[in-house]
Design a protein around this ligand. Structure first.
Ligand SMILES: Cc1cc2nc3c(=O)[nH]c(=O)nc-3n(C[C@H](O)[C@H](O)[C@H](O)COP(=O)(O)O)c2cc1C
Length: 368
């Protein structure tokens, strides 16, 4: 590399270079680039260096790079040359151009720049499962040995509630599976629909209460990559068709699977229509219940200590929702599902912070 640099090689900036204020709260700037396990980042407290690295042209000669650092940072020529050398070694500059591919460019064309940055940062991560010695955390990332966390898994999310409602024993829907999968369709009219507490009990238990193995259930009906309690569920009531045991309009309940109870988190008196939570998709108005599935981020991230696992949540959440939709259909309920949620409004309604309990997917249920 040293030889190539002596030849005044052309240096290239990686396509996903980002320079931003660091999260350290100490006025630093984070400079990051590279993909997956090759990703690198450092924090500098020099605004001049941060600005200089953020504004380098995509391609430039080694001499020009050295001259620029020399001029803009006020360091001597040898120090500037060494800095260029170190930045090449570290991957800030590469000797091969790495422009966006046509496919990646397409993400930018539709303004998916942020998603592209995240996608690139988390792809090609090298990690593995390591079950040796029955560890608490089986995933191994970037290290020779499985490094175990110093803490136990966080307890599943459990908000303070105003009152609780015990749910009846869930039913075992006695229906033909073929009929259920054929019957499940997205409904978009919930006028004059209702749901009773027994329906809700069955829906919530089969979806969110561990079912297997009998006696000491740890596993859910849905395939769940993360064991533990990856998701937490809320029910928001709407209209007159809600179970009579619950607040009728916009009562916000959290489901506690271990006690099979609903806990009233709040009465959402600031809500006038359910579609206010969905950027005005009016299909859900008049639905007696809205189910909201949220990721319990501390639970999930405690186990998966690499950011690529952020992608797993969505795969897993889809499976939980599909179970809810099939159970709802088996009970003869109409269903409508979407992840097109107004995040802020939903978090305010559920009284959660989305980095802790993140609303991901919602569905409305009601029987005609
Ligand atoms: C991830 C996802 C997001 C959806 N978002 C919406 C939505 O925002 N609005 C809507 O009307 N339908 C939405 N749907 C419903 C689809 O339009 C519907 O599933 C599709 O038309 C197929 O119809 P079916 O569910 O009756 O089989 C969504 C479905 C899925 C799986």
């Amino acid at each position: 590399m040293t030889d190539t640099l002596r030849d005044n090689a052309t240096l290239h900036i990686p396509p996903n270079l980002t320079v931003r204020r660091s999260y350290d709260g100490e006025g630093g700037y984070q400079v990051a680039w590279g993909q997956g396990s090759q990703r690198e980042q450092f924090v500098t407290h020099s605004p001049d260096l941060a600005a200089c690295l953020a504004t380098m042209p995509s391609d430039m000669s080694t001499d020009a790079a050295t001259a620029r650092l020399f001029t803009e940072l006020g360091i001597d020529e040898d120090a500037a040359a060494k800095l260029v050398h170190d930045l090449v070694d570290y991957g800030y500059w590469s000797l091969e151009p790495a422009p966006l591919t046509l496919g990646e460019q397409r993400w930018r064309d539709v303004e998916w720049d942020d998603a592209l940055e995240f996608h690139m940062a988390t792809r090609n991560m090298i990690w593995s499962h390591d079950y040796t010695g029955d560890p608490k955390v089986i995933t191994r990332y970037h290290v020779e040995h499985n490094v175990q966390p110093g803490s136990d898994p966080p307890t599943p999310y459990s908000p303070t509630v105003l009152t609780t409602v015990d749910l009846p024993e869930p039913a075992v829907p006695d229906v033909d599976f073929r009929q259920v999968v054929r019957k499940r369709r997205t409904g978009r009219d919930f006028r004059s629909t209702s749901i009773n507490l027994q329906d809700l009990s069955t829906l919530l238990a089969w979806t969110f209460k561990p079912q297997f193995p009998a006696g000491q259930a740890r596993y859910f009906t849905s395939q769940s990559y993360s064991r533990g309690a990856p998701f937490t569920a809320f029910v928001i009531t709407g209209g007159d068709g809600a179970p009579t045991e619950l607040e009728s309009n916009f009562g916000v309940y959290h489901y506690a699977p271990e006690r099979h109870q609903l806990g009233l988190v709040r009465r959402a008196t600031d809500l006038d229509r359910l579609d206010a939570l969905l950027w005005r998709q009016s299909y859900v108005n008049h639905a007696p219940t809205m189910l909201v599935i949220c990721a319990d981020w501390p639970q999930f991230s405690w186990k998966y200590r690499f950011s690529r696992a952020y992608r797993f949540v969505y795969a897993e959440c889809g499976a939980f929702m599909h179970t809810a939709l099939l159970i709802g259909t088996a009970l003869g309920l109409k269903t409508f599902q979407t992840p097109a949620i107004d995040d802020q409004r939903m978090c305010d309604t559920l009284n959660v912070a989305d980095y802790e309990v993140g609303p991901i997917y919602m569905a409305a249920f009601g029987r005609s």
